[in-house]
Design a protein around this ligand. Sequence first.
Ligand SMILES: Nc1ncnc2c1ncn2[C@@H]1O[C@H](COP(=O)(O)OP(=O)(O)O)[C@@H](O)[C@H]1O
Ligand SMILES: [Mg+2]
Length: 354
Amino acid sequence: MDRLDQAARVGVLMGGWSGEHDVSLATGRAVSVALKARGHDVVPIIIEPEALAEHCDLVDVLRRSGVDLVFLALHGRLAEDGCIQGLLELAGLPYTGASVLGSALAMDKLKSKEMFLLHNVPTPPYYQVKRDDSLTDIEVTHGHFGYPVVVKPRGEGSSLAVTKVHSAGELVLALEDVFAIDDYALVERFIAGAEINVGILNGEVLGAIEICPRRGMYDYHAKYTPGASEYHMPARLPSARYQNVLNLARRAVEAVGCEGAVRVDMLVTPGHNEYVLEVNTLPGMTETSLLPKIAAHAGYSFEDLCEVILTGARLYSPQYRHRHEAPRNSAVRVRRGRRAALPPTPLAPVDEAV
Ligand SMILES: Nc1ncnc2c1ncn2[C@@H]1O[C@H](COP(=O)(O)OP(=O)(O)O)[C@@H](O)[C@H]1O
Ligand SMILES: [Mg+2]
């Protein structure tokens, strides 16, 4: 691990606009405590859901707080999908996690699946339904797809509006749930298999955990209610199959081009099929979340994990790095003089703008 500049001021960004606001607050608080314990100068920054409607200038907030780099503890829409990443690229503030493109591809379940298929990464068969598709359109598209299926939003996480469906009638109801929060739904073949998640940290495949919800699917309740799921670390798979699962997860991450700390959600059948559901580029980071559990087994304490993620904070845009002489990849080297070296504000008069 590269050494971190302890004097760098770290903004931990949490909350946000997605359905995962509360999960993000839990992540942000846990990360802030861990980084403070390691002696970092931490500024927790909570984004309230109203911030968007009130046109809150996030860059201004970040500038005024004097942060040198940003630890992203956000989840979901506008946060895990490349939007915040793009804003931070433009503001010249290095951030943790995947690039604009990697974040956008991974968060979009349809585009991820297209990338998986292009790279021969198995993923459950699927089709998409749009909000304004008619019932007849849906019936025609569904055709002989069969049941059960899983209906889910294309761009949300935390199992929000994810439903197992057994009939055409249930399908319509499940689609209505999705359209309350997204314009697009995915209908996927239901895969009966073990729920396996793989953790990858800056390219190092850490291991695979097995999740056993006490009842039903790994839904919001099973994810966030203490005791609602059992965990087995490492996953109870024969060693050759365990290795296959790790390799497949690595290939899935390559397919969507992500860096940083990622968690790959997979289903592993009693036969010999493995399916990748998704790559999470800003996975939950409370002490009881899955990535920290996987990392602990690989020898990283929660504080270690937070520090290694912070070490990876960077800007991806080469033009920007060149212009501000901010070299790659390390929080140490991207440190700049506070505020003095900030790029010109977009509100500068046109003839002064660079
Ligand atoms: N095709 C499927 N077959 C069986 N279970 C599924 C399928 N898709 C999703 N699930 C269940 O729903 C959970 C959430 O789905 P996932 O695609 O990972 O979306 P999210 O981003 O909400 O976590 C999974 O962990 C799994 O338990
Ligand atoms: Mg998931």
